[in-house]
Ligand binder design. Sequence first.
Ligand SMILES: [Zn+2]
Length: 238
Amino acid sequence: MHPIAEEIRNCNKKCFVNLYQDTVYANKTWPKTEIDGIKPLVYGPENPRVLLISQAPSLQAWLNGKVSNSPDGGLVSEGNDFLINDVLPAFGLSGKDLDIFRENVFWVHACNCYPWYREPKNKKTGKITRQDRWPGNKQIENCLGQWLGKLTRIDSLNAIVLMGEPSTRLFPQLKEGSERFTDLVRKMEIRNDIIEGIDILSIYNQSKKNRTFNDPVDRAVNNELKLLLKNKFARWIE
Ligand SMILES: [Zn+2]
């Protein structure tokens, strides 16, 4: 485990503790007190070549952090369906290649300790609905913002992959000339002018729930981006 990954794992700011309640998942009720004890989800190998920054841990990944014995809370494991089915393929990898990912990719989130939480949809009735909220700017700044400088100075790093809109807010230069996140991604541009010696690529959140994929243009862009990332990734880890 990379020392910075350990540092983030041991962060006990508990950024979002006040935002969720007891949670029912897979027919089990998770009391808030148990969820509160889960550590930020981060994975970092000794000599990472690529820094992957995604939005925030899913509820499944987050709760798995409670029962996993591995140092990363099971984030990079066969049990993480999102990793196996969606993230690895974006890098041109399959479940068989998990070790390649493990060896080369440092995985953090714009909000590492952002648990999925419920909030009343209707403030009058207090009716609770499932809602996976986007992290706000302040939340991102308080959470990953405090580690970003250290992470981008890791010597072995060749590239940063930004998965989903929230992570791109960490690099305001990316937004110049792109009004929407979609416009930025559609450019399929690798930026090497923001941090010396580091390629930066923005891709869509690979979650199948991403509504962007209802648009045929974005589906096509996503497929092209996967090809680009596959080819680049092979070079970044050489
Ligand atoms: Zn945090």
